[in-house]
Design a protein around this ligand. Sequence first.
Ligand code: CA
Length: 230
Amino acid sequence: MSKENILVIEDEKNIVELVKYNLEQEGFAVRTSLRGDAGLEEARRARPDLVILDLMLPGMDGLEICRALKQNEKTAHIPIIMLTAKSEETDQIVGFELGADDYVTKPFSPRQLVARVKAVLRRVHEKPKEKIFRVGVLEMDTGKYLVTLKGKAVELSSKEFELLKALLEANGRVLSREYLLENVWGYDRSVEIETRTVDMHIGQLRKKIKAEAHRVITVKNVGYRMDVDS
Ligand code: CA
């Protein structure tokens, strides 16, 4: 089996070395780039299986790189994990809107990052079960990876799509934040869990499904459910 290729775009040499070492230990082939502009070129040329992307980079910042990769059909499928500092929460939101698949907050443990990389790749490799859901004017076709409102396409990030799918599949049942983190994000329960991530994505999802936003119901201290009956 050929090794999966990971591209790490990060300007802090000690982080690059640590990440590279730990990913290689897990059997990944790792390329690195210390500059944003060179990293984007490398991603376009090498088309890795996954990109680990820092936000603050010389040459070109992480958000610009994320946008450039996701807007080009040749690289749009490449999953991106962003590295962010706690203070960069708005950048995380922008990153998700641009299509980043996950983020890891600095400082992180190599074990945490490796777990996220594996979770993202596992999700990418899973073959979707094709199914169509309809509630109100909202329709989801999981085979076509398409969500529409009154027939008009809604642009969802990959996480928002998976979140909506999980809620629809639950058919009215309550899903806890922990369940969603495990099943939508693929987090292992042993990994430090940030349930805020779920709330952030629910917020984005509600904005995008407009007229049907009221169906996504917050169940206090537990999680979320979708009203699929009314
Ligand atoms: Ca940096």
